[in-house]
Design a binder for this molecule. Sequence first.
Ligand code: 4AD
Ligand code: MG
Length: 479
Amino acid sequence: MAQHTTIREILRDQPVGTAITVRGWVRTFRNDQFITVSDGSCIHALQVVIKKEDHGEETLKRIQTGTSVSAAGVLGKSLGKGQAVELVCEQLEILGDCDPQEYPIQMKRHSLEFLREKAHLRFRTNTFGAVFRLRHHLSYAIHKFFNDRGFFYLHAPIITGSDAEGAGEMFRVTSLDLAQVAKTGVFDPSLDFFGKSTNLSLSGQLEAELAALALGKVYTFGPTFRAENSNTSRHLAEFWMIEPEVAFNDINDNMDLGEACLKYCIQYALEHAREDLEFLQEREANEDKQKPVDERQAMPLIARLELIAGHAFERITYTEAIELLLQSNHYKKKKFKYPVEWGIDMQSEHERYLTEKHFQRPVIITGYPAAIKAFYMRMNDPDTQGRKTVAAMDILVPGIGEIIGGSQREERLDVLLSKCAQFNIPQEHIWWYLETRKFGTCVHAGFGLGFERLIMLVTGMGNIRDVIPFPRTPLSAEF
Ligand code: 4AD
Ligand code: MG
């Protein structure tokens, strides 16, 4: 097809008087004259003006919401309000019809739940256009952030033979004939494709550590899988994670890196996706009007993002966090559903209280009880009361709770071996991981940033199913 110009370019350059071709999908058509066409390149549509008398009744009828068209003409200054320029159409070609009786995406407000059922078409709405353009910008920002700091992008395997992470339930990978297995009642992993049992990866961390202990600074950015049966607005069975791992970084360097990374991504979005953010801000404000006052956002989206990008994150220890929760009126009025005491794995209600109510900004919590964290986290010296903690850190943000989880890693072989024993991890399962502690071990640290949670933070979308193109959740893998 001959060259066409995207609406984004047209609105940026405004080449009034030039002949151009636009291709996209019809949003609205009024007075048999004005077509708004959207091509996904930006949040805005372009007004295409046709002359009714140039077209037969039949053609005019085919211009429906969703119809794909190619419009050639000359760009002019618009006389109407709402747009600076418009295309005065000389040649209109209908590329693909769209039957209004069947097309589910009409020019009215659809609920996000309804659109989830139409995930194949929801890209065509303004909201999802903005969300998925932001998803792109944030991916790019992640790569730019790490590349500019001398990190190397590492591709961790998606199929793993290790289950040491312990981050959750795993999806098994097999090429065995399950009907046969059911018939014989025998499932023998040694007969399977890899000669052993394998799973979809929960995290690329252990592999990233191996690479960091040679390349220095690496990060992964790929899909990870968890078969947890948690049907919440913040959990997916398939999500994307960014996992930097850095040799010679300790827990403080790790916190600095996590904070800098989040701020950079937010700043990048503010600078490169401003119009989409403005649209999403307005969308959120409209949604908020339907909600009870205490559930509304205290501040508009862009102001919230600027606040996060412009201020130091709060940093407290787990012990201090528990103390704050115990001292809170919320606790005294018995408003927490789950108990609060030293040693608990904080629930999302606790995390959200700290970041949303108490500090009203991002918080980094360090020094978690060793018993509730993974085996590879570095043991701290026991505290004054003899309690065992690890050099772990979680970053919590308002509206979401945990967005980053990470730690300094246990680099001492003897300590690591005793942790394996405590956590019932057979050494032969991770002999390769243990060898790095034998051959030139060193202090190192890293974290995992949930990519969808980052997109939720930046777009203000309240459900994680609405920031990934095709969400995988319990009992749902359509498309
Ligand atoms: O805290 P998690 O489980 O940490 C790890 O997997 C470590 N191996 C990371 C590391 O140190 N390299 O997960 C990290 C982040 C969470 O903070 C959260 O943002 C996100 O991944 N996450 C999920 N996002 C969507 N759906 C889920 N089911 C998620 N589970 C974790
Ligand atoms: Mg975590």
